[in-house]
Design a protein around this ligand. Structure first.
Ligand SMILES: [Fe+2]
Length: 192
């Protein structure tokens, strides 16, 4: 489908919308809507949709991290490390090796949004490395990681991805999308 998007570019868009999981009323009021407010209303180009689907998973984890208490901290820690090893680390690598260099051709490597993403990647990697090596459960650290992860994904979805969709030429975006979809297809379950 070809529709107008943003200021200048015509992009092939999917009508990707993350289906909000059914939640009880209390949870929805307490913050379940923040995932929707970050992703659900975004018309993401099909080329970057694979990464946005992974962002949805990351936001669900961020919510659990922010709400973690002593009662569930061990479970949330295990879920976080499982996510990191199976998905998060690869997601960061793809953004660092493919997405950001493609955008840097237009914006420059020292673009403020590129710098912010890289700095946040380092910080999140540091927090997870501490979690892996310390061997202890730290509720405050879980809550802080949740906020970092949420803010990071929000920035990518609300600011960076839109800029990339506008900056790249259609052929560049298509090439990037083909590579991202091939990577997404290898994910289990596939994210294509
Ligand atoms: Fe990301």
């Amino acid at each position: 489908m070809i529709i107008t998007f943003g200021r200048a570019k015509y992009l092939a868009l999917t009508s990707f919308r993350v289906k909000r999981a059914r939640r009880n009323t209390a949870e929805a009021n307490a913050g379940g809507s923040f995932i929707a407010s970050t992703i659900e209303t975004v018309q993401r180009s099909s080329e970057l949709a694979v990464l946005s689907r992974e962002h949805h998973v990351a936001l669900e984890l961020a919510l659990r991290l922010q709400r973690a208490t002593a009662a569930d901290a061990e479970t949330v820690t295990e879920a976080t490390l499982d996510f990191w090893r199976s998905e998060g680390r690869e997601h960061f690598r793809v953004e660092e090796e493919l997405l950001l260099p493609a955008f840097a051709r237009h914006a420059g490597a020292d673009d403020a949004d590129i710098v912010r993403v890289l700095v946040e990647h380092v910080e999140i990697r540091r927090r997870i490395a501490d979690m892996e090596t310390s061997g202890r459960i730290d509720v405050a650290a879980l809550n802080a990681l949740g906020k970092s992860l949420r803010d990071h994904v929000r920035h990518e979805e609300r600011t960076l991805f839109g800029r990339i969709e506008q900056a790249l030429e259609p052929e560049e975006l298509a090439t990037l999308g083909t590579t991202l979809h091939a990577i997404g297809a290898r994910h289990q379950p596939p994210r294509t």
